[in-house]
Design a protein around this ligand. Structure first.
Ligand code: NAD
Length: 413
């Protein structure tokens, strides 16, 4: 079998299916998305010429509720990857026990090469192509790679124009002014740290506020994690971005690093630190390692060199399947992506709930509810791991796939 993202996603599903002796008919259904839509989007460019872009929306499974998942704008977006990510969303929503199935969308485009107006026309064209396919009770998009709250605002507006009334619940990750949720912009980091708090509370886990933390990536997930952990008293000793990393064993103040990055375009060069590269950062002496940038960072090649005791996998797919086995053998606890980074989709769910009831919560309420969902998901995953004598990733899949299978059985699929 080739090692494509979709083939890997199916392999992971098969492993979980084997562990729970899943009905072969249900497995066969879960291996494929229930619906795929491909759209051609003609866009009038600023020079008056027309360009046609290709876009997709994949709905993997809707047994537990309407499908949910982000939209990415990327020159290398492809259907196989979108299918894999849609399946991952089914498991993530199921694991968090929120009433959604999984979906994902993508447009093949380099958004950095488009003007603001061209990007708006592209987004509105995509929404027109998705007419009838998405909706607050059907399929709810959100931001992903290279899409942002402004793009979500256009999606909401175009959908509302087509329907003739406001439909804020058709998309999440919107600006707060038009129905976005407070706390959404740092929910992924916050949710990951809520899980980390649970891990640190486990018997036998050595992790306290003096623990040294290393974070690869200083974007949304990485920089908010760094700031929240620093505020909690942890010692953040290293962070990085695409240009490299910085290291100070005595600790860094992430808010100061952020100011430096705004001025210089990178964290590299921050006073009092040693420059390291993005490979070295993963192997630094530390207690907690947080990959928060790219996939496939901890692999068979470097899993034996990791010194952290706990890995919080905030970036999707940061640890390869082969590395999972090596880390488990070395007793390094890794908290899988579908659990660690599920704070984002959880607060997206809260945003949708607030939109549907037209009643908005304050930030404290959002954070309290987020913590409750993350704590429950971690505890259930941990108990499943103990029961099946397996690692947390396998346990998360077992739980997630079982819940979807149960919903399918009950509905008679
Ligand atoms: P982002 O674009 O805000 O930040 C990415 C960071 O990675 C940047 O600091 C960038 O400089 C750095 N980077 C890029 N190339 C790198 C390289 N070669 N080596 C090291 N660092 C590099 O993205 P984000 O939203 O923070 O997402 C990061 C990861 O978290 C992704 O895998 C994403 O899928 C996952 N994730 C994010 C969210 C969210 O809500 N932001 C939710 C779920 C999962």
């Amino acid at each position: 079998m080739p090692s494509t993202p979709f083939a890997n996603a199916v392999r992971q599903l098969e492993k979980a299916a084997e562990a729970i002796d899943l009905n072969p008919g249900i497995l066969a259904v879960l291996k494929n998305p229930i619906r795929i839509l491909q759209v051609s989007i003609p866009v009038e460019m600023d020079d008056g010429k027309t360009k046609v872009f290709s876009g997709y929306r994949v709905q993997h499974n809707d047994s537990r509720g309407p499908t949910k998942g982000g939209i990415r704008y990327h020159p290398k977006a492809d259907l196989g990857e979108v299918k894999a990510l849609a399946m991952l969303m089914t498991w993530k929503c199921s694991l968090m026990n929120i009433p959604y199935g999984g979906a994902k969308g993508g447009i093949i485009v380099d958004p950095k090469k488009l003007s603001h107006r061209e990007l708006e026309r592209l987004t509105r064209g995509y929404v027109q192509g998705l007419n009838g396919f998405i909706g607050p009770n059907r399929d709810i998009p959100a931001p992903d790679v290279y899409t942002n709250p402004q793009i979500m605002a256009w999606i909401m507006d175009e959908s509302s124009r087509m329907l003739g009334y406001n439909v804020p619940g058709i998309v999440t990750g919107k600006p707060v002014e038009i129905g976005g949720s407070l706390g959404r912009h740092y929910a992924t980091a916050q949710g990951g740290i809520d899980v980390l708090d649970e891990v640190c509370g486990l018997k036998g886990v050595k992790c306290d506020r003096n623990s040294r933390v290393v974070i690869q990536g200083f974007g949304n997930a990485g920089s908010f994690s760094a700031k929240i952990l620093y505020q909690k008293g942890y010692k953040v000793v290293s962070v990085s971005d695409s240009q490299g990393g910085i290291y100070n064993p005595k600790g860094l103040n992430p808010s100061e690093v952020e100011v430096y990055k705004k001025e210089h375009g990178t964290v590299v060069g921050f006073p009092g630190t040693k420059k390291i590269n993005n490979k070295q950062i993963l192997e630094l002496p530390c207690d907690i390692l947080i990959p928060a940038a790219l996939d496939n960072q901890i692999t068979q090649a470097n899993a034996g060199k990791i010194k952290a005791k706990i890995i919080l996998e905030l970036a999707n797919g940061a640890i390869s399947p082969e590395a999972d086995e090596k880390l488990a053998k070395r007793n390094i606890m890794f908290i899988p992506d579908i659990l660690s980074n599920a704070g984002g989709v959880t607060v997206s769910y809260f945003e949708w709930v607030q939109n549907l009831q037209q009643f908005y919560w304050d930030e404290k309420e959002v954070l309290q509810r987020l913590k409750k969902v993350m704590q429950a998901a971690f505890r259930q995953t941990y108990e499943t791991a103990q029961l099946h004598k397996t690692n947390l990733r396998m346990a998360a899949y077992i739980l997630a796939v079982s819940r979807v299978a149960e919903a399918m059985k009950l509905r008679g699929h």
